[in-house]
Write a protein that binds this ligand. Structure first.
Ligand code: HEC
Length: 239
Protein backbone atom coordinates (compact mmCIF):
# COMPACT_ATOMS: atom_id res chain seq x y z
CA UNK A 1 0.00 0.00 0.00
CA UNK A 2 2.70 2.42 1.02
CA UNK A 3 4.59 1.46 -2.03
CA UNK A 4 1.63 2.22 -4.29
CA UNK A 5 1.25 5.60 -2.68
CA UNK A 6 4.91 6.34 -3.18
CA UNK A 7 4.68 5.38 -6.83
CA UNK A 8 1.69 7.62 -7.41
CA UNK A 9 3.29 10.49 -5.52
CA UNK A 10 6.46 9.97 -7.46
CA UNK A 11 4.60 10.04 -10.76
CA UNK A 12 2.80 13.25 -9.80
CA UNK A 13 6.04 14.86 -8.77
CA UNK A 14 7.76 13.80 -11.95
CA UNK A 15 4.95 15.16 -14.07
CA UNK A 16 5.09 18.44 -12.19
CA UNK A 17 8.82 18.72 -12.65
CA UNK A 18 8.51 17.94 -16.31
CA UNK A 19 5.90 20.69 -16.73
CA UNK A 20 8.02 23.23 -14.90
CA UNK A 21 10.96 22.22 -17.01
CA UNK A 22 8.95 22.64 -20.19
CA UNK A 23 7.77 26.05 -19.14
CA UNK A 24 11.27 27.20 -18.30
CA UNK A 25 12.40 25.94 -21.64
CA UNK A 26 9.54 27.72 -23.40
CA UNK A 27 10.23 30.95 -21.52
CA UNK A 28 13.84 30.72 -22.52
CA UNK A 29 12.92 30.27 -26.15
CA UNK A 30 10.34 33.04 -26.20
CA UNK A 31 12.42 35.47 -24.20
CA UNK A 32 15.00 35.41 -26.94
CA UNK A 33 12.40 36.37 -29.51
CA UNK A 34 10.78 39.01 -27.35
CA UNK A 35 13.77 41.28 -27.22
CA UNK A 36 14.37 41.13 -30.93
CA UNK A 37 12.05 43.94 -31.84
CA UNK A 38 9.84 45.90 -29.49
CA UNK A 39 6.59 46.55 -31.31
CA UNK A 40 6.13 50.27 -31.34
CA UNK A 41 2.94 51.10 -33.09
CA UNK A 42 4.13 54.59 -33.92
CA UNK A 43 7.24 55.37 -35.87
CA UNK A 44 7.60 58.83 -34.36
CA UNK A 45 7.49 57.38 -30.88
CA UNK A 46 10.15 54.89 -31.76
CA UNK A 47 12.50 57.60 -32.87
CA UNK A 48 12.06 59.66 -29.76
CA UNK A 49 12.19 56.67 -27.42
CA UNK A 50 15.59 55.85 -28.77
CA UNK A 51 17.11 59.32 -28.75
CA UNK A 52 17.12 60.07 -25.07
CA UNK A 53 18.21 63.69 -25.37
CA UNK A 54 15.50 65.91 -26.83
CA UNK A 55 11.98 64.63 -27.10
CA UNK A 56 10.36 66.37 -30.01
CA UNK A 57 6.72 67.25 -29.78
CA UNK A 58 4.84 64.83 -32.00
CA UNK A 59 3.05 65.96 -35.11
CA UNK A 60 -0.45 65.39 -33.75
CA UNK A 61 -2.07 65.29 -37.16
CA UNK A 62 0.17 62.38 -38.07
CA UNK A 63 0.37 60.40 -34.84
CA UNK A 64 -3.23 60.62 -33.63
CA UNK A 65 -4.90 58.94 -36.61
CA UNK A 66 -2.28 56.17 -36.32
CA UNK A 67 -2.58 55.84 -32.53
CA UNK A 68 -3.51 52.59 -30.83
CA UNK A 69 -6.72 53.45 -29.01
CA UNK A 70 -7.00 50.03 -27.38
CA UNK A 71 -3.50 50.45 -25.99
CA UNK A 72 -4.55 53.86 -24.68
CA UNK A 73 -7.50 52.29 -22.95
CA UNK A 74 -5.15 49.74 -21.40
CA UNK A 75 -2.88 52.50 -20.11
CA UNK A 76 -5.94 54.15 -18.60
CA UNK A 77 -5.79 51.39 -15.97
CA UNK A 78 -3.18 53.63 -14.34
CA UNK A 79 -5.78 56.35 -13.95
CA UNK A 80 -8.85 54.43 -12.78
CA UNK A 81 -7.95 54.61 -9.11
CA UNK A 82 -8.92 58.29 -9.41
CA UNK A 83 -10.75 58.83 -12.69
CA UNK A 84 -13.76 57.55 -14.59
CA UNK A 85 -14.60 58.53 -18.18
CA UNK A 86 -18.21 57.46 -18.50
CA UNK A 87 -20.53 60.35 -19.31
CA UNK A 88 -22.36 61.51 -16.21
CA UNK A 89 -20.59 59.14 -13.82
CA UNK A 90 -19.67 60.61 -10.43
CA UNK A 91 -16.21 62.05 -9.81
CA UNK A 92 -13.67 60.06 -7.84
CA UNK A 93 -10.51 61.39 -6.24
CA UNK A 94 -10.04 63.02 -9.62
CA UNK A 95 -12.67 64.51 -11.91
CA UNK A 96 -14.68 62.51 -14.44
CA UNK A 97 -12.65 62.84 -17.65
CA UNK A 98 -15.53 62.52 -20.11
CA UNK A 99 -15.20 65.30 -22.67
CA UNK A 100 -11.95 66.65 -21.20
CA UNK A 101 -10.09 66.79 -24.54
CA UNK A 102 -10.85 70.25 -25.93
CA UNK A 103 -12.64 71.46 -22.81
CA UNK A 104 -11.59 74.20 -20.42
CA UNK A 105 -9.03 72.87 -17.92
CA UNK A 106 -10.71 72.30 -14.61
CA UNK A 107 -14.03 72.46 -16.39
CA UNK A 108 -15.52 69.22 -15.10
CA UNK A 109 -18.72 70.46 -13.46
CA UNK A 110 -19.04 69.87 -9.74
CA UNK A 111 -15.44 68.93 -9.03
CA UNK A 112 -13.43 70.99 -6.56
CA UNK A 113 -10.22 71.71 -8.47
CA UNK A 114 -7.12 73.04 -6.77
CA UNK A 115 -6.33 76.76 -6.88
CA UNK A 116 -3.29 75.83 -9.00
CA UNK A 117 -5.62 74.37 -11.58
CA UNK A 118 -7.81 77.46 -11.58
CA UNK A 119 -4.73 79.65 -12.19
CA UNK A 120 -3.63 77.42 -15.00
CA UNK A 121 -7.08 77.54 -16.60
CA UNK A 122 -6.86 81.32 -16.50
CA UNK A 123 -3.88 81.16 -18.83
CA UNK A 124 -5.00 78.17 -20.89
CA UNK A 125 -8.67 78.39 -21.75
CA UNK A 126 -8.68 75.08 -23.65
CA UNK A 127 -7.00 71.70 -23.20
CA UNK A 128 -4.98 71.30 -26.42
CA UNK A 129 -3.04 68.21 -27.51
CA UNK A 130 0.23 69.91 -26.53
CA UNK A 131 -0.97 70.98 -23.10
CA UNK A 132 -2.55 67.63 -22.26
CA UNK A 133 0.60 65.88 -23.43
CA UNK A 134 2.82 68.02 -21.23
CA UNK A 135 0.47 67.67 -18.26
CA UNK A 136 0.25 63.89 -18.52
CA UNK A 137 4.00 63.61 -18.91
CA UNK A 138 4.69 65.33 -15.60
CA UNK A 139 1.56 66.67 -13.88
CA UNK A 140 3.32 68.26 -10.92
CA UNK A 141 5.88 69.91 -13.11
CA UNK A 142 3.43 71.24 -15.67
CA UNK A 143 0.96 72.56 -13.10
CA UNK A 144 2.87 73.05 -9.86
CA UNK A 145 0.52 72.62 -6.94
CA UNK A 146 -1.97 70.40 -8.73
CA UNK A 147 -3.57 67.83 -6.51
CA UNK A 148 -3.19 65.18 -9.16
CA UNK A 149 -0.58 63.12 -7.36
CA UNK A 150 0.36 60.98 -10.30
CA UNK A 151 3.94 60.55 -11.41
CA UNK A 152 3.15 60.94 -15.11
CA UNK A 153 3.28 58.89 -18.30
CA UNK A 154 6.93 58.95 -19.28
CA UNK A 155 6.56 57.23 -22.64
CA UNK A 156 5.44 59.47 -25.45
CA UNK A 157 3.81 56.48 -27.12
CA UNK A 158 1.64 55.93 -24.03
CA UNK A 159 0.58 59.57 -23.97
CA UNK A 160 -0.33 59.58 -27.65
CA UNK A 161 -2.42 56.43 -27.29
CA UNK A 162 -3.97 57.80 -24.11
CA UNK A 163 -5.00 61.05 -25.79
CA UNK A 164 -6.43 59.17 -28.77
CA UNK A 165 -8.48 57.13 -26.32
CA UNK A 166 -9.60 60.10 -24.23
CA UNK A 167 -10.53 62.01 -27.40
CA UNK A 168 -13.04 59.29 -28.17
CA UNK A 169 -14.64 59.76 -24.77
CA UNK A 170 -16.62 62.86 -25.59
CA UNK A 171 -13.63 64.88 -26.81
CA UNK A 172 -14.27 67.98 -28.90
CA UNK A 173 -10.77 68.91 -30.05
CA UNK A 174 -10.14 68.55 -33.79
CA UNK A 175 -7.13 66.66 -35.03
CA UNK A 176 -4.98 69.05 -37.08
CA UNK A 177 -4.03 68.12 -40.63
CA UNK A 178 -0.74 66.21 -40.84
CA UNK A 179 2.28 68.49 -40.98
CA UNK A 180 5.32 66.21 -40.94
CA UNK A 181 7.60 69.16 -41.64
CA UNK A 182 6.95 70.50 -38.18
CA UNK A 183 8.04 67.25 -36.57
CA UNK A 184 10.99 66.87 -38.90
CA UNK A 185 12.20 70.46 -38.58
CA UNK A 186 15.54 69.71 -36.93
CA UNK A 187 16.52 67.52 -39.88
CA UNK A 188 18.18 69.07 -42.90
CA UNK A 189 15.71 71.42 -44.52
CA UNK A 190 15.72 69.71 -47.88
CA UNK A 191 15.04 66.42 -46.23
CA UNK A 192 12.19 67.80 -44.20
CA UNK A 193 10.52 69.26 -47.25
CA UNK A 194 10.98 66.05 -49.14
CA UNK A 195 9.51 64.10 -46.26
CA UNK A 196 6.54 66.40 -46.16
CA UNK A 197 5.89 65.96 -49.84
CA UNK A 198 6.21 62.24 -49.64
CA UNK A 199 4.08 61.78 -46.56
CA UNK A 200 1.39 64.34 -47.21
CA UNK A 201 -1.85 62.85 -48.42
CA UNK A 202 -3.57 64.14 -51.54
CA UNK A 203 -5.51 66.82 -49.73
CA UNK A 204 -2.35 67.73 -47.85
CA UNK A 205 -1.33 70.10 -50.59
CA UNK A 206 -1.78 72.61 -47.83
CA UNK A 207 1.08 70.99 -45.95
CA UNK A 208 3.57 71.77 -48.69
CA UNK A 209 3.90 75.53 -48.08
CA UNK A 210 4.36 74.79 -44.42
CA UNK A 211 7.20 72.49 -45.41
CA UNK A 212 9.08 75.35 -47.05
CA UNK A 213 8.90 77.20 -43.78
CA UNK A 214 10.32 74.23 -41.99
CA UNK A 215 12.50 76.66 -40.10
CA UNK A 216 9.51 77.60 -37.98
CA UNK A 217 8.53 74.34 -36.33
CA UNK A 218 5.88 74.72 -33.68
CA UNK A 219 4.68 78.01 -35.07
CA UNK A 220 3.26 76.29 -38.08
CA UNK A 221 1.27 74.01 -35.93
CA UNK A 222 -0.97 76.39 -34.07
CA UNK A 223 -2.65 78.02 -37.04
CA UNK A 224 -3.01 74.61 -38.62
CA UNK A 225 -4.86 73.42 -35.57
CA UNK A 226 -7.15 76.41 -35.76
CA UNK A 227 -7.92 75.83 -39.39
CA UNK A 228 -8.59 72.27 -38.62
CA UNK A 229 -10.87 70.54 -40.31
CA UNK A 230 -14.13 69.01 -39.98
CA UNK A 231 -14.90 67.37 -36.76
CA UNK A 232 -15.45 64.19 -38.69
CA UNK A 233 -11.67 64.00 -38.98
CA UNK A 234 -11.30 63.83 -35.22
CA UNK A 235 -11.52 60.53 -33.41
CA UNK A 236 -14.08 62.35 -31.31
CA UNK A 237 -16.72 61.54 -33.85
CA UNK A 238 -16.50 57.85 -33.31
CA UNK A 239 -17.93 56.66 -30.03
C1 HEC B 1 -3.97 59.71 -7.47
C2 HEC B 1 -5.14 60.11 -8.20
C3 HEC B 1 -4.97 60.39 -9.69
C4 HEC B 1 -4.43 59.57 -10.66
C5 HEC B 1 -3.81 58.19 -10.51
C6 HEC B 1 -4.60 60.28 -11.91
N1 HEC B 1 -5.21 61.49 -11.71
FE1 HEC B 1 -5.74 62.83 -13.11
N2 HEC B 1 -6.41 64.11 -11.69
C7 HEC B 1 -6.46 63.83 -10.33
C8 HEC B 1 -6.93 65.00 -9.61
C9 HEC B 1 -7.14 65.11 -8.10
C10 HEC B 1 -7.15 65.99 -10.59
C11 HEC B 1 -7.58 67.43 -10.33
C12 HEC B 1 -6.28 68.23 -10.19
C13 HEC B 1 -6.39 69.55 -9.43
O1 HEC B 1 -7.49 70.00 -9.10
O2 HEC B 1 -5.31 70.12 -9.19
C14 HEC B 1 -6.84 65.40 -11.89
C15 HEC B 1 -6.97 66.04 -13.10
C16 HEC B 1 -6.79 65.45 -14.34
C17 HEC B 1 -7.06 66.06 -15.61
C18 HEC B 1 -7.65 67.44 -15.83
C19 HEC B 1 -9.17 67.32 -15.76
C20 HEC B 1 -9.92 68.56 -16.17
O3 HEC B 1 -11.16 68.53 -16.10
O4 HEC B 1 -9.31 69.57 -16.55
C21 HEC B 1 -6.74 65.15 -16.56
C22 HEC B 1 -6.85 65.33 -18.07
C23 HEC B 1 -6.27 63.97 -15.89
N3 HEC B 1 -6.31 64.18 -14.54
C24 HEC B 1 -5.86 62.84 -16.54
C25 HEC B 1 -5.33 61.71 -15.89
C26 HEC B 1 -4.85 60.54 -16.58
C27 HEC B 1 -4.95 60.33 -18.08
C28 HEC B 1 -4.37 59.70 -15.63
C29 HEC B 1 -3.72 58.34 -15.84
C30 HEC B 1 -2.61 58.30 -16.73
C31 HEC B 1 -4.55 60.34 -14.34
N4 HEC B 1 -5.14 61.56 -14.54
C32 HEC B 1 -4.20 59.77 -13.14
C33 HEC B 1 -6.09 62.66 -9.74
C34 HEC B 1 -5.46 61.59 -10.36
Amino acid sequence: MDLTFNKVAGAVLATGLALVGLRELANGVFAVHEVEKPGYAIAVAEETEGGAAAELPPDWGTVLPAADVAAGQAVFAKCTSCHVVAAGAPHGTGPNLYGVVGRKPGGAPGFAFSPAFADYAGQHPVWTWEELDAFLKAPQKHIPGTKMTFVGLKKQEDRINMLAYLAQQGGTLAVPPPNPAAAAAPAAEGEAAAAAEGAAPAEGGAAAPAAEGAAAPAAGEAPAAGAAAPKAAAPAGAH
